[in-house]
Design a protein around this ligand. Structure first.
Ligand SMILES: Cc1cc2nc3c(=O)[nH]c(=O)nc-3n(C[C@H](O)[C@H](O)[C@H](O)COP(=O)(O)OP(=O)(O)OC[C@H]3O[C@@H](n4cnc5c(N)ncnc54)[C@H](O)[C@@H]3O)c2cc1C
Length: 472
């Protein structure tokens, strides 16, 4: 196997999704529109990995905020529950509904900006991947980005989506104002000074306070990043990770299970010339990695020898690009995921226990573990609420049963004080969340005041928030 081929195999599979699925997710709004008039055969909905599904009674994509207000206020729809949907990239059961599924995909783009404050007002349905160029055109850039750019702005903020960087917050930390439409069709703007409680709740709102229509983002001036990836023995990575996380603007690492090896990825500001764009590599690495697992799972020693031995020969790679082109990558293999955010002082112990567990009990796992660093913020339901954190993620191939692995790993994360990513799989109950979030009750009060009948609650969210207020 050629070096480039293998690198692609590991890097892209770890994190990748299925191109067709991404296209399907982007087409969802069109489907929504075709059903807006009340089609007799409702279109089923499913998320990116296929693990969440539902058959909404109506799928709508309003063309204006007024149309959205009218929809929510319409007396003939008031008996139906409502769920907003973005790109369907969440693994947890936040979206499924048998009521009205609302996509804001038709409202996208930069709506205005304030140059002196370096802030931009962006429509809620904008995909992250549609933001880089328009922001650059107004001399702005996002502070940070996650692994992919297919999420909608409102969808990613609702779950506290994050990238990596010990001095960088999750994206909700950079929201300076937002507008939402509530269950009865009222439009409310909020910020630190205008409806401040609502603002603290709505920056990570899980789509259960209202439908967000626009968001004002605190940005920075455009910047260029040097991305460096390097393969190393996992013990070397663990010995330096905390230091590297503080030295580099962005630092993360991946561990390839059953190899003893991982790779680090750093981003640093630079004025160096842009790298030439690499040729498109068509290799579908997922299947190769799966095959490696299939052939070698019978002998963990041999698997470690072959995988680890090969990775030791791989050299450092670098790429210089505008920030918005240097954070994300495509995902060619679908998976399900569990990710917990741990207090920074605990992450290494938790990580070692997870590795031991997987390598002793789950030889079928082949997706790398991803470890990222995130700075604290103060949004009430942010998993990073007043806590610098390290995020550890484990994945299962989408066709495999994820339950046994996640059920075994979750108690480790919980023992070390982890808070789960809202968009990823977890089994926590309302009482367990309440114990983890000092502002849980305050959030519940804001939610109840805006939506006393629980119109925005589906069964999963009703289990977390309702006292008999679910629409089911
Ligand atoms: C391949 C892949 C890679 C990922 N990488 C990362 C990563 O690097 N970092 C990370 O933190 N997460 C990551 N995620 C998780 C993902 O970022 C989150 O689950 C995100 O919330 C998905 O955004 P979405 O637009 O698909 O929203 P959806 O999944 O459709 O919805 C998410 C939530 O947003 C709500 N919502 C959507 N639109 C609105 C609106 N207009 N108003 C109010 N609420 C709304 C929904 O009701 C729901 O509660 C990844 C997921 C996948 C599948």
């Amino acid at each position: 196997m050629e070096r480039r081929h293998f690198l692609q195999l590991l890097v892209s599979t770890a994190i990748v999704g299925h191109t067709l699925s991404l296209q399907a997710a982007q087409q969802a709004p069109a489907q929504a529109q075709s059903n807006a008039g009340g089609s007799k055969s409702p279109l089923p909905w499913r998320n990116w990995s296929g693990s969440q599904q539902s058959v909404p009674a109506m799928r709508v994509a309003p063309r204006s905020v007024t149309e959205l207000q009218e929809l929510l206020a319409a007396p003939n729809h008031r008996h139906l529950p409502v769920r907003p949907v973005g790109s369907g990239h969440s693994f947890s059961a936040l979206v499924p509904t048998d009521g009205i599924l609302v996509s804001m995909a038709r409202l996208s783009g930069v709506l205005g900006h304030d140059d002196s404050r370096c802030q931009a007002k962006v429509a809620a349905g904008t995909l992250l991947g549609q933001l880089g160029q328009p922001l650059e055109a107004i001399d702005q850039a996002l502070f940070n980005m996650p692994d992919i750019d297919q999420q909608s702005l409102a969808g990613l903020l609702a779950t506290a989506t994050h990238g990596t960087g010990s001095k960088l917050m999750c994206l909700s930390g950079y929201v300076s104002a937002l507008t939402l439409v509530t269950a009865n069709g009222e439009r409310i703007e909020c910020s630190q000074t205008q409806h401040p409680d609502l603002f603290q709740a709505a920056r990570v709102g899980l789509g259960c306070l209202g439908i967000v229509t626009d968001v004002t983002l605190q940005n920075t001036r455009p910047y260029r990043l040097r991305k460096t990836t390097e393969w190393l023995p996992i013990e070397d990575i663990l010995a330096t990770a905390d230091t590297l996380a503080d030295q580099h603007r962005n630092f993360e690492f991946y561990y390839i299970p059953f190899s003893g090896m991982g790779f680090t990825s750093t981003h640093d500001l630079t004025d160096d010339p842009l790298s030439a764009t690499p040729a498109l590599d068509q290799n579908d690495g997922a299947r190769d990695l799966q095959k490696a697992r299939d052939y070698l799972a019978w002998s963990p020693r041999l698997r470690r020898l072959i995988l680890g031995g090969y990775m030791r020969t791989l050299a450092r790679e670098q790429k210089v690009a505008p920030s918005w082109q240097n954070y994300t990558s495509d995902r060619n293999v679908r998976f399900n995921e569990m990710e917990y955010h741990l207090p920074r002082e605990n992450w290494q112990k938790a990580f070692r226990e997870v590795v031991d567990l997987v390598e002793n009990r789950f030889p079928e796992v082949f997706f790398p573990f991803e470890v990222r660093f995130v700075q604290a913020d103060d949004a009430w339901l942010s998993p990073f609420y007043r806590r610098d954190s390290v995020s550890i993620a484990v994945h299962r191939f989408f066709e495999d049963d994820y339950q046994p692995l996640f059920a075994a790993v979750e108690p480790i994360f919980r023992r070390y004080g982890g808070r789960p990513h809202w968009g990823k799989l977890n089994t926590l109950t309302a009482a367990e969340f309440q114990a983890l979030y000092p502002k849980w009750q305050a959030f519940c009060e804001v939610r109840k005041s805006l939506d006393p009948n629980g119109r925005f609650l589906n069964p999963y969210l009703a289990g977390l928030f309702s006292d008999n207020t679910s629409h089911g």
